[in-house]
Design a protein around this ligand. Sequence first.
Ligand SMILES: [Zn+2]
Length: 409
Amino acid sequence: MKINEKRLEERMNRINSIAVTAESGMMRLALTDADKEARDLIVSWLEEAGMEVKIDDMGSVYGILKGTNPDAKPICVGSHADTQPNGGKYDGLFGVMAGLEAIISIKESGKRVESSLILVDWTNEEGARFVPPMLASGVVSGKFDSQWVYDKEDVDGIRYEDELIRIGYKGQKENRLKGIKAYFEPHIEQGPVLDAEGKNFGVVTGALGITGLDVTIKGEANHAGTTPMSHRKDPAAAAAEAISAIRQNCIDFGDPAVLTVGVINARPASKNIVPGEVYFSVDLRYHTDEGMTELEEQTKQIIMEICSKYIVSVDIARYWRADPASFNESIISCVEDAARENNMNYIRIISGAGHDAVFINEVMPTGMLFVPSIKGMSHCPQEDTRWEDIVKGVEITADVLLKLDKADV
Ligand SMILES: [Zn+2]
């Protein structure tokens, strides 16, 4: 379905001109003045389109276009307008503006839509100001308690709830998203796959699960000069071999498995002491429950075997597990049909990143689409998507909403 490309461009540029860094990055951290300015604009556009505006107790903004059938469950579309510090111009905002422009274009086309169409802008998706990410969708999906979120503080000790009140976006609990037929989130890929494979569209089938491990290896701290190599119990040597072995194991496990060691610390951290203890983190991700458990077991086994070879002890604790997400099959079909009818060069793809859609998927039928990120860059000023891919993504968003209205989800 054709959309108003000029309006889309003007409105995106308007929001992306609010808080621009010296490197041309975006700086709309959640619940700051810049976030408020973006929200105010979105609300004004919703009102201009004759949509009813509601705010929930977490500050998420909803705009509702009434459907023709009061008994039909609503369909929700959207994403988040907050950014990382010095972030990109499309992460999050694309989904909000795609949803908004799609709903308005459907209204202007005069097409009969039975379901009410709801646009959502989720609060604090990025987790850049208030940790962890996806706080508002986490409350809606029952993952987080609202008081726990209210008490979250930024680095300056400023509370989430106080900022919500300050910018005038503390709404009511009864306005939270519920009872919908489908939630649909358009997003940029934030990875290199579509661009590298020359595809212009991604039908998202789910998201990788995440397992986080804390690995602590204990050996014997000793003098770096007087301790011969044969007499050492060196946790750094064990860690080095373990990290390289679990990485190779992940590669052998095959796509889409990924494994990251993001933190390494040695104690006592002196340049002339064989360390007594080494800590490293492991973040591993996979798209099936079974596979993720298997990869976790293999990873632990490899670490333990290497540690016993080095005569050091090891403690491995799991600090985090998020189950892999599989999106709703009917919604995936609607997205795939819309891609085919628009002659897109598409593939089915699994998201490696977390999104509000991953939380919402646990309680409501959910789906996503990806537009390509040039060179896979994201969370930085270089983040970019070809304009024709943005426009196509919005047109397909409108087509998906119309298909969902007719579909049995
Ligand atoms: Zn995002």
